[in-house]
Design a protein around this ligand. Sequence first.
Ligand SMILES: Cc1ncc(C[n+]2csc(CCOP(=O)(O)OP(=O)(O)O)c2C)c(N)n1
Length: 337
Amino acid sequence: MAARRRTPAKADPAAEHERELLRTMLRIRRFEEACAELYSATKIRGFLHLYVGEEAVATGVMSVLEPDDAVVSTYREHGHALARGVPMDALMAEMFGRQTGCSRGRGGSMHLFHADTRFVGGNAIVGGGLPLAVGLGLADHLAGRPRVTACFFGEGAAAEGEFHESLNLAALWHLPVLFVCENNRYAMGTSLAHEHARTDIALRASSYGMAAWAVDGMDVRAVEESARQAVEAIRHGGGPHFLEVRTYRFRAHSMYDPDRYRPKAEVAEEKTHDPVTALAELMTSEGRLTDRQLATLEKEVAAEIAAAVEHAEQAPLEPVEDLTRFVHSDRTPAEVT
Ligand SMILES: Cc1ncc(C[n+]2csc(CCOP(=O)(O)OP(=O)(O)O)c2C)c(N)n1
């Protein structure tokens, strides 16, 4: 990061808010880096899809949601869960497959779930979350609840039938759903232009008659502003909205992927637009973040991650005799919603 100005930041709410955005992005970045290391150490097993480079998307969108809103996610979801407020201890324990994990160790990285924050879950099926979001939106619409469901998915999902069915019904029934397409330009090893006849995803969404636009996903303030506009409109009866958030993943698709399909120069160039560094540098240059504040932030995040790893290491596995528990819910639909 560039040399920092030494002027102390004044106490002002806007600066305070930006520091919280920075904290959220740093928590995601450092959590993901820790997961990569723990995966190499075989502490975390199974599939692991990291969100490094895309932090501004989850951070900007979650920032404008209310506690009663719902979030539907993908298999690249640690960042969504952290930004939504799922406790880090419960996330790391889930990575380790432990009983204190947010899905009791039964879901792992791709199936995080947390009822308290209405984090309705990750989904291993590309596009699988979109119909769920439409269902949640329909339930809220019919019950007259002023809630929004935010649905995250990659641009790869826009090539799936579920994408079109979901957008069509959401528009037809005027449902309170915010569709957030995280366009990182690659669906595994397949680039946008190899997969889509039209690469303008927002334009495609707008053909269903909903407001849809593209936003720079490396700029958390731009993402937040777009999400705020969209969510306010949805809450005031504006029907579904669609954000195509243009971003880039800095790491491979998953820990199994040798990442041979992207030119190294392209990856290097995209890394110069790092959303975390960009916000820190901007705040510093505008006098809203000091060296000391940034160092403290990093220290606090590192301590939180160390505590989460310690918690996960110590937490028990589910006993085998509990294997069939929770297979069927004993809660009524009214209790669940
Ligand atoms: C229905 C379905 N088809 C294929 C796959 C295999 N698959 C897993 S991830 C992925 C790429 C999806 O890319 P995108 O939606 O752009 O999200 P990203 O991984 O870039 O975040 C594919 C094809 C799957 N999980 N589900």
